[in-house]
Write a protein that binds this ligand. Structure first.
Ligand code: CTP
Length: 405
């Protein structure tokens, strides 16, 4: 595929080198179109050497090839990373003072913007309006990540991880539908930790990979995503708001808060059913005494609680649970679907070498009042897509109001 990588003048321009490498190494033909300001951060020889193509910010070079029109016309995808407040404003208003803005005006392919700027600039009403305009025209604008910015500042405005921007671009290139546009979804991922003392906990083996794949695919399908992550050490999916939690109690609080006003909640997290009755304030010492048994108390069942709230505004309309079973997978799953009162339950078999920590998964989606849907073994992104297909079907009963779009 022919990809145009637009780079505008922000310090994150150096991270676009990594994005460029991901495209070229996966066989894409990349033409880098920097702005003049971007070239102050990373020079033309770097882009030319990494892309194997000529590089200029101007419309006056190689005029006989009419580059200001041809580059955009021929592209299968234009991705601007980093996209500064300035380039977003120019794109929203159709200015065409350099090669990148000309390219954006002539491109008829999908366009992805990955903004990076200081929090104040991202939150300024002018930028908000420009982003809304670009999105209303069908461009994908990835929300920036939250974290350390240039200097001592931190907040929303960081360029997401290049590998995550690449994933969004691949999905846009694959032409997946944006059937979750205008929807707010909450995904929980990972596994909770229940503290015994300041250094020890009861936990589980969940890696968070399936939950992160759900968040990533939901962003690509146009949803506004809150990802509640329990003890996951994976890069933040581009465009998702990530809330980090540790225990089941913290996860419950974060999920219920995000669920208010959301359309969908997917509980992919492995939540501890029990927690130690007592949390020691200081480290438990072994001494010479016999070990004390650990007394456990029940944690609240968050999925069941969501099930009781479902559908009454502002509560979510569609609730999805996950169940990991070691035996009698379907029978246990059907019983759990009924018990927890959710719309869909994704069941998979777990055991040695199955599901945990692996990039692949196989599952069955149990449907309240419907036939089960088998998902053959494949990447966790594919499993996520089947789940979102089923969710999107259910959301058809709840059309978006014009104010939501
Ligand atoms: N879950 C939850 N709150 C809990 C425990 C689980 O919301 N305290 C959610 C999980 O996120 C998952 C689903 O419930 O979506 C299934 O969890 P699981 O522990 O397998 O179900 P249980 O009802 O605890 O059944 P089991 O007897 O198999 O442990």
């Amino acid at each position: 595929m022919r990809v145009v990588l637009g780079v505008s003048g922000g310090i994150a321009a150096y991270k676009a080198c990594e994005l460029l490498r991901l495209f070229t190494e996966s066989g894409h033909e990349v033409r880098v179109v920097p702005t003049r300001e971007a070239l102050r951060f990373v020079g033309e020889p770097t882009w030319a050497a990494l892309s194997g193509n000529p590089v200029t910010a101007e419309v006056w070079d190689d005029v006989h090839e009419v580059p200001h029109v041809r580059i955009g016309q021929r592209a299968d995808l234009v991705v601007v990373a980093p996209a500064t407040a300035d380039v977003l404003a120019k794109a929203a208003h159709g200015l065409a003072g350099d090669l990148l803005t000309n390219t954006l005006l002539t491109a008829r392919c999908p366009v992805v913007f990955a903004p990076a700027m200081h929090t104040e600039m991202w939150q300024h009403p002018a930028t908000r309006d420009n982003v809304a305009t670009l999105r209303s025209r069908g461009s994908v604008v990835i929300d920036p990540a939250v974290g350390r910015l240039t200097g001592a500042d931190s907040g929303p405005g960081r360029l997401p991880d290049p590998a995550e921007i690449f994933q969004v671009c691949l999905r846009v290139l694959a032409g997946r539908e944006r059937d979750l546009a205008g929807r707010r979804v909450v995904v929980s991922a990972g596994g909770t930790r229940e503290a015994l003392d300041p250094v020890r906990f009861l936990g589980n083996r969940s890696s968070g990979l399936q939950g992160y794949a759900l968040a990533r695919t939901a962003v690509a399908r146009g949803a506004q995503v809150t990802l509640v992550a329990a003890n996951v050490s994976l890069p933040d999916p581009a465009g998702a708001e990530v809330v980090r939690v540790e225990s089941a109690a913290e996860l419950r609080e974060a999920v219920l808060e995000a669920a208010s006003g959301a359309d969908v909640v997917v509980m992919a997290a492995a939540v501890a059913d029990f927690r130690p009755a007592e949390r020691h304030d200081s480290k438990i010492k072994k001494n010479d005494a016999e070990p004390e048994p650990i007394r456990l108390v029940k944690n609240p069942d968050i999925l069941a609680e969501l099930g009781t709230l479902r559908g009454v505004a502002p509560n979510p309309k569609v609730i999805v649970g996950f169940a990991a079973e070691t035996h009698d997978v379907l029978a246990n799953g059907q019983a759990k679907l009924a018990r927890k009162g959710c719309d869909l339950l994704v069941v998979n078999e777990v055991g040695p070498h199955l599901a945990f920590g692996t990039p692949d998964n196989a599952a069955t989606v149990l449907v309240a009042g419907g036939e089960p849907v088998e998902i053959p073994r494949g990447p966790k992104e594919d499993v996520a897509d089947v789940v979102w297909d089923q969710v999107a079907l259910r959301l058809l009963r709840h059309p978006l109001m014009p104010a939501d779009t």
